[in-house]
Ligand binder design. Structure first.
Ligand SMILES: Nc1nc2c([nH]c(=O)n2[C@@H]2O[C@H](COP(=O)(O)OP(=O)(O)OP(=O)(O)O)[C@@H](O)[C@H]2O)c(=O)[nH]1
Length: 151
């Protein structure tokens, strides 16, 4: 019998720009699974970290900003061929510092429905909740297969 798959715990930030409610999406850097796909910024929680600590560290490392605080809003799971992930979603409305793409990725402030594509399928449920909160119809992004990393 095979072992049950272990979850990879991930902290994800839904950064909301209060002036126009835009959402921050970033593209996954080359070399990672699903390279080039758009996602909400975040990353894996390391041993001993809280969700907030992990998210603060990841956003400093990736985007160069420091979030004021983060509380978990939703928890979702997604089963990818490369990993079974548990995503801890936090809405973030306050941060300091200037955005700096430290991993060669791109960023885009977006309204719903998103213009950027393709989007990581693990983010679809959150796009649906955000649409519902805003009284907008949910338009599911196209499902696109990832290109296998060349290694
Ligand atoms: N950041 C982020 N990750 C997501 C989203 N949706 C989603 O399924 N994930 C999944 O969560 C996992 C996050 O891991 P990652 O590879 O980005 O994390 P990391 O930066 O710590 O990676 P590293 O170990 O290469 O440094 C990936 O398996 C990714 O596919 C999302 O919207 N944002």
């Amino acid at each position: 019998m095979s072992e049950p798959r272990k979850h990879t715990e991930v902290a994800v930030g839904v950064l909301i720009r209060l002036s126009d409610d835009a959402l921050l999406l970033s593209s996954r850097p080359e070399g990672k699974a699903y390279a080039g796909f758009w996602e909400f910024p975040g990353g894996k929680i390391e041993a001993g970290e809280t969700v907030e600590e992990a998210l603060r560290r990841e956003l400093q490392e990736e985007l160069g900003i420091t979030i004021d605080g983060a509380e978990v809003w939703k928890i979702t799971e997604h089963d990818y061929p490369h990993a079974l992930v548990r995503l801890h979603w936090c809405k973030v409305t306050a941060w300091s510092g200037e955005f700096e793409m430290r991993e060669g990725q791109q960023m885009a402030w977006q309204q719903l429905p998103l213009d950027v594509t393709p989007v990581l399928p693990g983010a679809f449920p959150v796009l649906q909740w955000l649409s519902e909160e805003r009284g907008l119809p949910f338009v599911p992004p196209p499902v696109v297969a990832p290109v296998a990393p060349a290694n």
